[in-house]
Design a protein around this ligand. Structure first.
Ligand code: ADP
Length: 319
């Protein structure tokens, strides 16, 4: 392949820029031409595509968000939208594209693959919910943002001797909640992957109080439900005051962590290597710190799993 494209799609995540940079520089290193497709699949349909040079991706490795912008594009779910997109690519002589995004963006890549257009998926989402990779780009940064917030909440929770319920992102996955809960020393972590019992939760809070604990922090993954509802249930059943913090979109922003920049650079470059080898319909990932690639259609059929041993450990450490 001599001419490739790159786009970012769906929810943005810190480190997407580092991945775009890696794609562009790696491709140019191998004497390929690279085109940036702006605003995700919408830009692909509309032909919002520009050639990128080495300098186009200068000074972005440390920036959150994505210089290519991102969008949600319902039209791309239709046959008409997909055919328009392929027409735009053919018009420019683009032979393959790298798609950086989450689960939905991978479904878009799958659709293009099924229409015979070579695509490589790069996992870019803070949710860490893409099967076939231990980590997604942006997860580490989001985790650090959450930890920073939990540490601050802990200070005020200790001073006021209060119970805090903190809601974190993750869509249907509990990874952010689990990792942040473990790293932040939370008393209880509620993940969508595991049922919780409100009586058990209150029992644990009460045992902590009896032991003279000054505060409690409960981390709730958004996939479990609203932290406000959970805090109301606790107040009604346990009879003590709680405070709620919904961290929201701060988790999506910020300068990517060193880990995310390294991961993005490795995955972005690997995606280009696959296109150079003439491969399409693949997704790249990292498993036990080794780069891997796998069939994107097969991967999408697999469920995302959470680390049960880590979940059990978090319960043991917050006894
Ligand atoms: P994320 O990639 O962060 O999971 P979304 O779920 O919003 O974000 O998906 C991003 C975009 O991917 C959608 O707006 C749409 O254009 C495209 N997409 C999602 N699902 C499909 C599908 N089944 N077929 C084709 N394109 C899809």
């Amino acid at each position: 392949m001599k001419r490739i494209g790159v786009l970012t799609s769906g929810g943005d995540s810190p480190g997407m820029n580092a991945a775009v940079r890696a794609v562009v520089r790696k491709a140019i290193f191998h004497e390929m031409e690279v085109f940036g497709i702006y605003h995700g699949y919408q830009g692909l349909i509309n032909g919002n595509i520009k050639k990128l040079e080495l300098g186009s991706v200068g000074d972005i490795i440390h920036r959150g968000g994505t210089m290519l912008h991102t969008a949600r594009c319902p039209e791309f779910k239709t046959e008409e939208g997909q055919l328009k997109a392929i027409e735009q690519l053919n018009k420019l002589g683009i032979e393959g594209i790298v798609i950086i995004g989450g689960d939905g963006s991978y479904r878009g890549a799958k659709a293009l693959t099924e229409r015979g257009f070579p695509c490589i998926g790069v996992p870019g989402t803070i949710d860490n919910d893409i099967p076939g990779t231990d980590f997604t780009i942006g997860f580490d940064t989001a985790l650090n943002t959450v930890i920073d917030a939990i540490d601050k909440i802990r200070d005020t929770a200790t001073s006021h001797e209060r119970t805090y319920v903190v809601e974190v992102m993750g869509r249907d996955a509990g990874d952010i909640a689990l990792w942040a809960g473990l790293a932040g020393g939370a008393e209880t972590i509620l993940c969508p992957e595991y049922e919780y019992d409100i009586e058990d939760l209150i029992g644990k809070l009460n045992r902590g109080h009896d032991r003279g604990k000054k505060h409690s922090i409960i981390i709730v993954a958004e996939g479990v439900g609203s932290a406000v509802d959970i805090s109301r249930k606790i107040e009604a059943k346990a009879g003590f005051e709680t405070r709620v913090t919904v961290l929201g979109h701060v988790q999506r922003g910020g300068s990517p962590s060193a880990n995310d920049r390294v991961l993005a650079s490795r995955l972005g470059a690997r995606a280009v290597e696959l296109l150079l080898e003439g491969k399409g319909g693949r997704a790249v990932g990292i498993e036990q710190n080794q780069l891997v690639d796998y069939d994107i259609i097969e991967a999408l059929a697999k469920p995302h799993t959470i680390d049960k041993k880590m979940y059990d450990l978090s319960a043991e450490l917050s006894i």
